[in-house]
Design a protein around this ligand. Structure first.
Ligand code: ADP
Ligand code: MG
Length: 399
């Protein structure tokens, strides 16, 4: 059930009719507190326009600790950025304008979805010590197929709802996960920025966009230039929170060693390094491997992936392996079905699971990612963290 708190009967009725049946209307926050005490399963509360703002913040801030799965939706006559920031900081999950009745309904649906996911997790007794596997897909060169691999790997791991997977788009300026998955997100990673140190699991869950059974995405900000506003520490927090909830977190990246990418590497149990069969891509891959060596990332956590590996371009795979001095863990064949699937907005993994590209990516997940499920260790120790920026600045001249 959901609850509305609104003292004005006309407003209360408007909100109630927007939210459909099974909604309880209360008039004061004291009534709400009593109701919540008596109904531990209550998971969505709408605070109407006449509820005092500070009292609403006080309530939601307290609920964040005492009842993290409860989602509080604040309805206000007008919304501006300072109000949004204040509200989110105080544990309000969503703020909606009074006249946007469809928005109220959507917000309630989202907070209920979050509550259901959190309940499911604790009913499995997975609260303690649960640690999902984080896989980052990276290449220092654009257009190698990072987003293709990340989205299809995430879809194959989710396996139509058998596992819970979150795809995170860290290509903060030019991320296209939302397009590739044809999502219409209500929130992006930029919405986590004002929360910073108050960010908790329910708040991160509220920023996700569901895609298909088992698969959700945290999409990149819409405006280019947003990357500068996102501190790398936020990426760390987000990934740490997501791995508490999801069995697998797959991270798509921009083609550069940004602080965000380094933060993701630190959280990763596995880094898939992508290249195509051309000299510039292979040169970048070699420099990437050397850079990761210098940064002390253990080689056993790296996997080299060759995309469009069957292209007849005059480079032999054996030569490539010899030059790189690492085995190639996955060959993704080249196929026109890949851009076609992207244009349709459905990962080829879901559209055509029998396609050679789908099979190759699924096998990579089965052979290299799923086996990490129970044995994933602590985050990679970053012994050289202090030196990183200088080192990378030197490196970036050669990359
Ligand atoms: N195996 C493949 N066969 C054919 N086209 C591919 C393949 N992998 C990627 N592409 C195409 O290459 C382009 C770049 O892929 P994308 O995944 O967006 O790369 P990145 O994220 O590294 O920039 C896209 O148009 C995609 O459809
Ligand atoms: Mg991409």
């Amino acid at each position: 059930m959901s609850v509305i708190v609104e003292a004005d009967p006309t407003r209360a009725e408007t909100l109630r009719s927007a939210m459909g049946p099974g909604v309880l209307v209360l008039t004061t926050l004291d009534d709400l507190r009593r109701h919540l005490d008596a109904h531990p399963g209550e998971d969505a509360v709408v605070l109407g326009p006449s509820v005092d703002q500070d009292a609403a913040f006080f309530l939601s801030d307290g609920m964040r600790i005492n009842r993290p799965s409860l989602g509080v939706v604040l309805v206000r006559r007008r919304i501006d950025t300072p109000l949004l920031v204040d509200a989110l900081r105080n544990g309000i999950r969503e703020v909606v304008e009074e006249r946007n009745l469809a928005g109220v309904n959507d917000a309630v649906r989202r907070v209920r979805d979050v509550a259901a996911a959190m309940r499911q997790r604790s009913s499995h007794g997975e609260d303690e010590g649960r640690r999902g596997v984080v896989v980052t897909v990276f290449s220092a060169k654009g257009g190698c197929g990072k987003t293709t691999l990340a989205s299809n790997l995430a879809a194959s791991l989710a396996d139509n709802g058998r596992r819970e997977v979150c795809l995170v788009d860290l290509d903060l300026n030019f991320g296209d996960v939302a397009i590739v998955l044809q999502l219409f997100p209500a929130h992006t990673l930029a919405d986590a920025v004002p929360l910073l140190e108050t960010l908790d699991l329910p708040a991160v869950m509220a920023l996700l966009t569901p895609h298909s059974p088992g698969l959700s995405a945290l999409v990149a900000p819409v405006e280019p230039g947003s990357a500068e506003t996102v501190p790398a520490s936020l990426v760390t927090t987000i990934l740490q929170l997501l791995r508490e909830q999801f069995a697998y977190v797959v991270v798509d990246t921009p083609p550069a060693f940004t602080d965000h990418v380094l933060a993701a590497f630190d959280q990763s149990d596995l880094i898939a390094l992508l290249a195509t069969l051309d000299i510039p891509a292979l040169k970048n891959l070699k420099l990437t491997l050397e850079t990761l060596d210098l940064l002390n990332y253990p080689r056993e956590r790296l996997r080299v992936v060759l995309n469009r590996a069957d292209s007849k371009v005059g480079l032999a795979l054996s030569e490539v392996e010899k030059t790189l001095r690492v085995p190639i863990a996955l060959h993704i064949p080249s196929s026109r079905a890949v851009p076609a699937s992207i244009n349709r907005g459905v990962p080829i993994q879901l559209d055509d699971p029998g396609h050679p590209v789908s099979i190759a990516i699924r096998e990579f997940g089965e052979d290299h990612v799923i086996p990490l499920t129970r044995t994933s260790g602590e985050p990679i120790p970053s012994t050289m963290r202090a030196d990183r920026r200088g080192l990378l600045r030197r490196r970036s001249r050669t990359l």
